[in-house]
Design a protein around this ligand. Structure first.
Ligand code: NAG
Length: 167
C-alpha cells in the first residue's frame, strides 16, 4: 500500500530530475551559441602621465569606446560583466593587466553603446616602465547565466604607445 508520503516523494523526485535536466540543457545550449562581439576604443586624450613620488608611473586617460555585446545575450543570460584592461609587457612580467573601467549590462537593450570614459581605476605601473610603452586595450567580458557555468572571453580593442615624456 502506498502511503501519501511515498507518493509525494515520487512526484517530488520526478520534478527534481526534470528541473536538473532542464538546467543541464540550458547550460549545454550555451556551448552552441557563438557570439560575435564588436568593440573598439580610441585614446582621445592622455590627461596625466607622471611619475609618483614613490617612483611608480601613473596615467589618466580619456577613451572613446564602442561596444556591442548584444550577441552574448541568450534566454539564459542574467547579466554581462565587462571590464577594459590596459595590458603591457615589462622585463619583470610578460603580462601586466590593469583594469581601467568596468560595467554591468543588465539586458540586451543596453548591450550596445558608444561613450567616452575616463579611467575609473588608476593605471599605475609597479615601477617606471611606461614611457613609450605599447599598451593594448582589451575588452574582457563575463557572461553570467541564469543556470550553468559563467563564460569568460576577451578581445583586443586597440593598441597605442604612451608618450616618451611625462606631462
Ligand atoms: C567615437 O567613436 C565613434 C564610433 O566608434 C565615432 O563615431 C565618434 O566620432 C568618436 N568620437 C570621437 C570624439 O572621436
Amino acid at each position: 500500500m502506498y502511503s501519501f508520503g511515498y507518493r509525494f516523494n515520487t512526484v517530488f523526485t520526478a520534478a527534481a530530475v526534470l528541473v536538473a535536466l532542464l538546467c543541464g540543457l540550458a547550460s549545454f545550449s550555451d556551448y552552441f551559441s557563438t557570439p560575435s562581439v564588436h568593440a573598439s576604443a580610441q585614446v582621445l586624450k592622455i590627461n596625466r602621465f607622471r611619475k609618483q613620488l614613490n617612483g611608480n608611473d601613473e596615467v589618466a586617460l580619456t577613451l572613446n569606446i564602442s561596444v556591442d555585446l548584444q550577441s552574448t545575450f541568450t534566454w539564459n543570460t542574467k547579466q554581462v560583466f565587462l571590464f577594459i584592461a590596459a595590458e603591457y609587457e615589462t622585463a619583470k612580467n610578460s603580462l601586466n593587466q590593469i583594469s581601467l573601467w568596468d560595467h554591468i549590462i543588465p539586458d540586451k537593450d543596453k548591450a550596445k553603446f558608444q561613450t567616452q570614459i575616463t579611467n575609473k581605476y588608476p593605471l599605475i605601473d609597479q615601477g617606471s616602465n611606461l614611457r613609450g610603452k605599447k599598451i593594448k586595450l582589451v575588452l574582457h567580458w563575463h557572461v553570467m547565466p541564469k543556470v550553468g557555468r559563467m563564460i569568460k572571453d576577451n578581445m583586443v580593442m586597440s593598441e597605442f604607445h604612451l608618450p616618451e615624456m611625462y606631462t
